[in-house]
Write a protein that binds this ligand. Structure first.
Ligand code: NAP
Length: 454
């Protein structure tokens, strides 16, 4: 007997879950569903366009997809086109790996003003996510603010700071390249609400700012002065210590007048309001101080306020998971309720046959590889349950489930269809000396999935 398992979401957690199942030694058929016609989730639509090396993990995912017991089912929105309960009825196990598709709000006055945008929107737009394709951003003013001190904030800042020539070598989408090439932004402020010792970004990403064609980093040495507790934190964190070393290097650099863009790293500033008449004109910050023991310092306001003028504010303060219809969800952490990867109801009882992996399980943290261990843990639980529960408790067969889909107007895309899209994107990219030129509209993806390149 073959166990049929559905995976919802084709990002890293979904593919690592598929891999764990296919390597488990038990007979399985894995069907991976995605609401878009194209796979790879955040690797395609989240990883920065100039970080091609990080995207090379898709070669691993392609190999997983080559397994004869694997199917990709693109262009099917689980929750909208089919309910999770329909999958549960047809599969021995359903693994939700939908990631964190939304963003955390700041909850301050003026957040809704035009020109105040989330990193989710901006990143989705320059990476060609169909949901964000038609967004527009105003790059016509000299100053922009990026709020947050994580790696996404650095990605956004770098894309805003790079020259058109630098961006042209990446797989940034044409519409975004065109808009950014005309950008008038000269000053980008990257704002952390805590100090340099507590920044969440990593050295490899931070170091890149020392090496940009037309932008240079600025740090006020006074903001790198550490209190005793932060000094102790740095001493026990190689990552924080590397960040500090790089920031100190930036602080000592001589200004290069030929570089027309400046990136200002600022710390201990908490946004209190975004201000302007209809559109963003400035952001008000309160300056903070740290106090307490190393590792558990808290911030308090000093009473001083700082105004930074800007017409673009990018809120990059973390992604947020979105609930899936019919699945128990904790609004506070924006994750699915779970224990060891088993979805649980509000009373703590496991929901039979329903599992969760990746960011929608544990929140938006870690690097791509972190999702491998996370998915393996979930699949361990699923495999243990398959051994102990009755073997075939499904209401309908997988075949019947697909037959029910064929009766609708939904056009499903298989991995061959994706390969045709991929081939076209690579060919379009090669013509411009880029790794790929992505299709950014679902209709174009569907069309390309049917056509082979001559
Ligand atoms: P993150 O690493 O959690 O950083 C979020 C940042 O937002 C933190 O600096 C946080 O400050 C700040 N923040 C939160 N609420 C705030 C508020 N109300 N006001 C001001 N600042 C606030 O999230 P992320 O940057 O979105 O990254 C998500 C994950 O993807 C991370 O694990 C990241 O490493 C990973 N990623 C990796 C790469 C890469 O490897 N190159 C690239 C992109 C993303 P506090 O620390 O004070 O909370």
């Amino acid at each position: 007997m073959v166990f049929n398992i559905a995976i919802v979401g084709s990002g890293p957690a979904g593919f690592y879950a598929a891999d764990a199942l296919l390597r488990s030694g038990i007979p399985v058929q894995v069907d991976m569903f995605d609401r878009l016609p194209v796979p790879f989730g955040l690797v395609r639509h989240g990883v920065a366009p100039d970080h091609q090396k990080l995207k090379s993990v898709t070669a691993v995912f392609e190999q997983i997809a080559d397994h004869r017991n694997f199917s990709f089912v693109g262009n099917l929105d689980v929750g909208r086109d089919v309910r999770v309960s329909q999958l549960q009825a047809a599969y021995h196990g359903v693994v939700l790996a939908t990631g964190a598709m939304s963003d955390r709000p700041l909850g301050i006055l003026g957040e809704e003003l035009s020109g105040s945008v989330s990193a989710t929107e901006l990143v989705g737009w320059y990476n060609g996510h169909p949901d964000f394709r038609d967004k527009s951003f105003d790059f016509s003013h000299p100053s922009a603010i990026v709020i947050g001190n994580g790696n996404v904030a650095l990605d956004v800042c770098r894309v805003l700071a790079k020259s058109a020539d630098e961006l042209r070598r990446s797989d940034i989408c044409e519409h975004a390249l065109e808009a950014l090439a005309a950008s008038k932004i000269t000053d980008i402020y990257v704002i952390g609400r805590r100090g340099p010792a507590q920044a969440k970004f990593t050295g490899k990403e931070l170091r890149e700012f020392g090496d940009l064609e037309e932008a240079q980093p600025f740090v006020d040495p006074a903001e790198l002065q550490l209190d005793e507790a932060s000094t102790a934190e740095i001493a026990s964190s190689p990552s924080a210590s590397k960040n500090l070393e790089i920031l100190r290097g930036f602080a000592q650099r001589q200004e290069t007048p030929a570089k027309r863009k400046r990136i200002h790293f600022r710390f201990l500033l908490a946004p209190s309001s975004i201000q302007g008449k209809g559109t963003v004109e400035r952001v008000e910050f309160e300056t903070l101080r740290l106090s307490g023991q190393a590792g558990s310092q808290t911030t308090s306001a000093t009473g001083e306020r700082v105004l930074i003028p800007a017409h673009l504010v990018v809120r990059s303060v973390g992604y947020r998971g979105t609930s899936i219809s019919g699945v128990p969800f904790d609004e506070r952490s924006a994750t699915v309720l779970q224990q060891e990867g088993r979805v649980i109801d509000g009373h703590g009882n496991p929901v039979p046959g329903l599992y969760v992996a990746g960011w929608i399980k544990r929140g938006p943290s870690g690097i791509i590889g972190t999702n491998r261990a996370c998915a393996i843990d979930t699949i361990d639980s699923l495999l243990a349950d398959l051994k102990t529960t009755e073997c075939d408790v499904r209401d309908i067969s997988r075949e019947l489930f697909f037959a029910s889909l064929r009766g609708r107007s939904v056009k499903l895309i298989d991995f061959q269809g994706w390969r045709r899209i991929d081939a076209l994107e690579r060919a379009n990219g090669a013509a411009k000396a880029k790794p790929r030129e992505k299709l950014t509209r679902v209709a174009a993806m569907l069309k390309a999935s049917e056509q082979s390149l001559a």
